[in-house]
Design a protein around this ligand. Structure first.
Ligand code: NCD
Length: 309
């Protein structure tokens, strides 16, 4: 039995297999509509979510399975003081697989250590969000055709944005990938990522704070929201929240084939006047989240075991 805590829990060939499986689903959406019949997915969400939780549920329903769960800590026994390890012991006897989101870094990992069913980290604090990364990789692969030879701009809250952390860790394993990290000084990527992931792998990257200057050199622009809930004080959030706003005027500086991605939810960082631009791929990206989660559920439940090859 395997869990998914971090994008690095999967080898590059396992990720490529998941992407290939998701692409078969895109071509033939009903092909696996019965494969998880009789299986249940539990979504245990201790933090707000729209896309992640509902795309997991949609994915399981598309596979013929069923779903149960809770969508806030308040509506679970966490509000009575129950630990995640006790909760998962119990959920293990109610469901076949569990997707868990938690505000504390490492909580899904603790759950996985006490679980007898596969646990998927659906976002742990400011740390990791591996299934968003799988979604991002599928989007890039399907829309660009490849995952190597890319210059990726990441813009916004690179300090607390867990989707950025997981995506950097996953993308450094493809060849000739360069990063342009665009953020205010206070919201730069954490030191551990700079040292252990970028520097130690000899990755080409630069850290800048003006978006306009670097737009012409990007293949992908990954915008992110300033993560209000992770700030220690509201004043800092207010000062930093509108550091970068992508709009129609700035899009004129970007290459014609650059993709704009965003894990969503968006606040102000992408003006709605960008939505009609053919390069805006963020709503499509949310749709890809269902296909890759279908592939992941099938793989972790080993209903098509050849995936692990
Ligand atoms: C992201 C998250 O929860 O980290 N949302 C998502 O899962 N698509 C990004 C965010 O909340 O800003």
């Amino acid at each position: 039995m395997r869990h998914l805590m971090n994008a690095l829990d999967l080898s590059v060939s396992e990720i490529n297999n998941l992407i290939a499986l998701a692409e078969t689903i895109i071509e033939e959406p009903t092909r696996y509509s019965e494969i998880c019949k009789g299986k249940k997915l539990a979504t245990c969400f201790y933090e707000p979510s729209t896309r992640t939780r509902l795309s997991f549920e949609s994915a399981m329903l598309n596979l013929g399975g069923q779903v149960l769960g809770f969508s806030s800590a308040d509506s679970s026994s966490a509000s009575k003081g129950e630990s995640v390890s006790d909760t998962i012991r119990v959920i293990s006897s109610y469901a076949d697989i569990c997707a868990m989101r938690h505000p504390k870094e490492g909580a899904p990992l603790v759950a996985s250590m006490h679980s007898s069913i596969p646990v998927i980290n659906a976002g742990d604090g400011g740390h990791n969000h591996p299934t968003q990364t799988l979604t991002d990789l599928l989007t890039i692969k399907n829309m660009k055709g490849h995952l190597d030879n890319l210059t990726i701009g990441m813009c916004g809250d690179l300090k607390f944005g867990r989707t950025v952390h997981s995506l950097i860790e996953a993308m450094v394993r493809y060849s000739n990938v360069k990063f342009v990290l665009i953020s205010p000084d206070e919201l730069k990527i954490p030191d551990y990522l700079r040292k252990d992931t970028l520097d130690s792998n000899g990755i080409d990257y630069k850290e800048v704070n003006i978006l306009e200057d670097v737009l012409p050199e990007l293949d992908i622009l990954y915008m992110t929201r300033v993560q209000r809930e992770r700030f220690f004080n509201e004043e800092d959030y207010i000062r930093l929240k509108d550091s970068f706003i992508l709009d129609k005027r700035k899009m004129k500086l970007a290459p014609e084939d650059m993709l704009v991605l965003h894990p969503l939810p968006r606040v102000n960082e992408i003006s709605t006047d960008v939505d009609d631009d053919p390069r805006a791929a963020y709503f499509k990206q949310a749709q890809y989240g269902v296909y890759i989660r279908m592939a992941l559920i099938m793989t972790l439940l080993e209903v098509i075991p050849e995936c692990w090859k």
